[in-house]
Design a protein around this ligand. Structure first.
Ligand code: NG1
Ligand code: ZN
Length: 551
């Protein structure tokens, strides 16, 4: 390893991007995420880190996405994408945190030297990075800081411009598989839209078209993608985009988008003029990797179809296709959820399929799903996808169907592998997937919703002195510390019909989250607030500031 770090270039650029003294940055489950105005040094350092990650992986292309997803507009963030389009390897999350927190340029260079040594990075290797940003106003300056990081290491950068998080993941995988037998697709936005829409058109060909779908773009980058895919879909699906104001200050994710719908359990007021009884609609989040559906019934009651309902719809459909293709003895379909999955969805799925529960965070779901021949994973908040293992893909490609019906089912499965963005949860791909199933089953929102009835539930946040005092086990479903608290929660839960509750520290906010469900809504609320009260008292919360609802 003869090549050295270009200390002089790094230090000159680094001096242009000093770290704010008082802030401690953390690469969490969603990368770095905080106010966009304090992220300049982080972006520069992520540029350097991405270049080193590429060198470490023999010049493979690394992805970098500048976004704060469903957060409000003043926030921003950045996350790295590994070569197959998956989330950054966990050990490097720690490296990212260390580099971001070096207080001065000399400290930063020292941290880099340590990283190069411990991770055994061959600096003579090339460095290639593809990057994109969402529509936030703080994006352009942050991208410029990031580009300085690439320049400091003389890395090759490809600017994918303003695009969705899932498209960036798609590009990373396509670039790295180009010319191999695992080629994922053409490494361009056009390649992405052609692939997805091509799969969709084959799947719905000959099926009666569904009524138009209202699609809330959260005033974010999903707007561009939705506008583009409309052109590729032609008559195969009619979309009615709303909340498309990407340049209106403050509009992004404001009273709209998937997180608004899921958290407030109501539809965005801006969607109201488009929602007649029976009309189905969906909301993307600010970077278009989450999707929530909903509809109004004939009494104009709102019904939400969240990530759990999407998982149930999609998993059952794939199981049917696998069976119809004559492959059910060879290809097993499994589902991965987190503790936030509604108890009714878990019951519905467990009666039909293997189901695994994993800790919160996309990387846990993704990795667990990789263990199934076909792994369906969704978070209740609408982030998820379906993974076909390489063996399954080969089986689908080589299987000789014995009847015309088997042949049709097999072709449908192959088209699904095109339509589904297997690198990460993708609102547009998931929307096409849902629409495919609805078209095949002739379902409206009502029939889909009736697969199972959600248990009423409540999610609350508790601000505590130190959320790190909360440690969990059993995929975050039980607390091991603070000592004794879980036993008290268990005692409380027993008193509620169909009661379930769990407590875990958030990975993205400085709070502890309390989830509760029960057969009756008022009971779910009551249980959530009582458990929140236990949490608050346990951690030395001040009785004066104790929220009143924590009964
Ligand atoms: P935290 O803050 O760790 O609960 C939230 C979501 C996760 C996931 C991450 C990353 C809930 C309850 N939690 O994590 O599901 O999406 O953000 O964005 O929805
Ligand atoms: Zn998102």
């Amino acid at each position: 390893m003869s090549a050295q770090l270009p200390i002089e270039a790094i230090s000159q650029f680094s001096d242009l991007h000093p770290k704010p003294g008082h802030i401690r940055f953390q690469y969490g489950t969603a990368g770095f995420r905080t106010l966009g105005s304090v992220l300049d040094s982080v972006l520069f350092r992520v540029g350097v880190l991405a270049a080193l990650r590429s060198k470490k992986l023999d010049g493979k292309t690394i992805g970098v996405m500048v976004t704060a997803s469903h957060n409000p507009e003043p926030d921003n963030g950045v996350k790295l994408v590994d070569p197959r389009g998956e989330m950054l390897e966990a050990a490097w999350e720690t490296h990212a945190t260390v580099l971001a927190n070096a207080s001065t340029t000399p400290d930063f260079i020292e941290a880099l030297e340590t990283l190069v040594k411990t991770a055994k990075i061959d600096l003579s290797k090339p460095a290639r990075v593809v990057y994109a940003r969402d529509t936030r106003p703080s994006g352009p300056a942050l991208v410029a800081a990031f580009e300085d990081g690439l320049k400091a290491l003389d890395a090759e950068g490809r600017n994918a411009g303003v695009t969705t998080t899932p498209i960036l993941h798609y590009l990373v995988r396509s670039i790295n598989t180009k010319g191999t037998k695992h080629e994922y697709g053409d490494d361009s936005e056009e390649g992405y839209f052609t692939k997805l829409s091509g799969g969709f058109k084959k799947l719905v060909s000959g099926k009666p078209s569904l009524p138009p779908l209202v699609i809330d773009c959260a005033n974010g980058v999903g707007t561009d993608a939705v506008t583009k895919i409309i052109g590729y879909l032609g008559d195969s699906l009619k979309l009615i985009p709303v909340n498309t104001a990407t340049t209106t200050p403050g509009a992004l994710n404001n009273a709209c988008g998937a997180d608004f719908v899921k958290t407030s359990q109501k539809f965005p007021p801006s969607v109201a003029p488009h929602l007649k009884a029976g009309q189905r609609a969906c909301s993307l989040d600010g970077d278009a990797d989450r999707l929530i559906y909903y509809y109004l019934d004939e009494r104009s009651q709102f019904h939400m179809l969240d990530g759990d309902k999407i998982a149930a719809l999609v998993a059952a459909f794939i199981v049917e296709l696998v069976k119809a293709a004559g492959l059910d003895s060879e290809i097993q379909v499994g589902v991965v959820q987190t503790a936030y999955a509604n108890g009714s969805s878990t019951k519905y799925l467990t009666e039909r399929l293997p189901v695994r529960c994993v800790p919160t965070g996309v990387k846990h779901l993704h990795h667990a799903a990789e263990h199934f021949p076909v792994g369906v994973y969704f978070e209740a908040n609408g982030h998820g996808t379906v993974l076909f293992s390489p063996e399954t893909q080969e089986k689908l490609e080589s299987h000789e169907p014995s009847t015309p019906a088997q042949s049709t089912a097999l072709n449908h499965l192959l088209s699904l592998t095109q339509l589904i963005n297997q690198t990460v949860g993708d609102a547009i791909s998931d929307m096409l997937l849902v629409e495919t199933v609805l078209a095949h089953k002739s379902y409206s929102g009502i029939e889909w919703d009736s697969l199972y009835v959600d248990l009423p539930n409540r999610l609350v946040k508790v601000i505590v002195v130190d959320r790190h005092a909360f440690k969990t086990e059993d995929a975050e479903r039980r607390l091991v510390s603070p000592k004794g608290l879980q036993a008290r929660i268990d005692d409380l839960v027993k008193r509620y019909d169909g009661g379930r509750s769990f407590v875990r520290p958030s990975g993205t906010e400085d709070v502890v989250r309390v989830y509760a469900e029960a057969v009756i809504k008022s009971q779910a609320d009551d249980l959530a607030f009582r458990v929140a009260g236990l949490v608050y008292d346990e951690t030395g919360g001040d009785p004066v500031t104790r929220p009143k609802e924590f009964i």
